[in-house]
Design a protein around this ligand. Structure first.
Ligand code: HEM
Length: 116
C-alpha cells in the first residue's frame, strides 16, 4: 500500500503545482485558458487528499493523521475549488479579487500542510 500512498502524494503535489501554474498563467496571460487549469488542480487536491486521508486513517501506512489539520485543509480546499469554478465562468480579466483570494487560500493550504 506504501507505493499507492506515495503515488497519491505525487499526484497531490502535482495538483498543487497545477493550481500554481493556473495562477501564474492567469497573471502572465489574463485572456489565456487558465480557468480549466485551476478547476483541474483544485479538484485533484480534494480527491487525492481524501484518498490519502482514508488510507492513512485505515492504518494501511505508517503515518499518523492530524484530523484537525485535515479538517482545516479540506475547508480551505473546498473554498479554492468553489472559487476556481466561479472564476472559470467569469469573463476573462474580471473578478480579480476572487482570483487573488484563490491564490492566497492555496498558499495558506501549502503553509498548513508544511508547518502544522
Ligand atoms: C489547495 C489544496 C491543497 C494543497 C495546496 C495541499 C498541499 C499539500 C502539500 C504541499 C503536502 C505535502 C506536505 C508534506 O509532505 O510535508 C500535502 C500533504 C498532504 N495533504 Fe494536502 N493539500 C491540499 C488539500 C488537501 C486536502 C483537501 C486533504 C484532505 C482531505 C489533504 C490531505 C493531505 C495529506 C493526508 C497529506 C500528507 C501526505 C504525507 O506526507 O503523508 N490535502 N498537501
Amino acid at each position: 500500500m506504501n507505493i499507492v500512498y506515495d503515488f497519491l502524494v505525487l499526484v497531490h503535489l502535482l495538483g498543487m503545482a497545477t493550481i500554481v501554474a493556473g495562477v501564474v498563467l492567469r497573471l502572465a496571460a489574463p485572456n489565456g485558458p487558465s480557468g480549466m487549469v485551476l478547476v483541474a488542480g483544485a479538484g485533484a487536491q480534494v480527491i487525492t487528499g481524501f484518498a490519502l486521508t482514508g488510507i492513512a486513517s485505515a492504518g494501511l501506512v505508517d503515518n499518523d493523521i492530524n484530523h484537525t489539520k485535515i479538517a482545516v485543509k479540506l475547508g480551505v480546499a473546498v473554498i479554492v475549488l468553489v472559487l476556481a469554478h466561479i472564476l472559470q465562468r467569469k469573463p476573462k480579466g474580471t473578478a480579480q479579487g476572487l482570483f487573488y483570494a484563490l491564490a492566497g487560500f492555496t498558499l495558506l493550504n501549502v503553509a498548513v500542510a508544511v508547518f502544522w
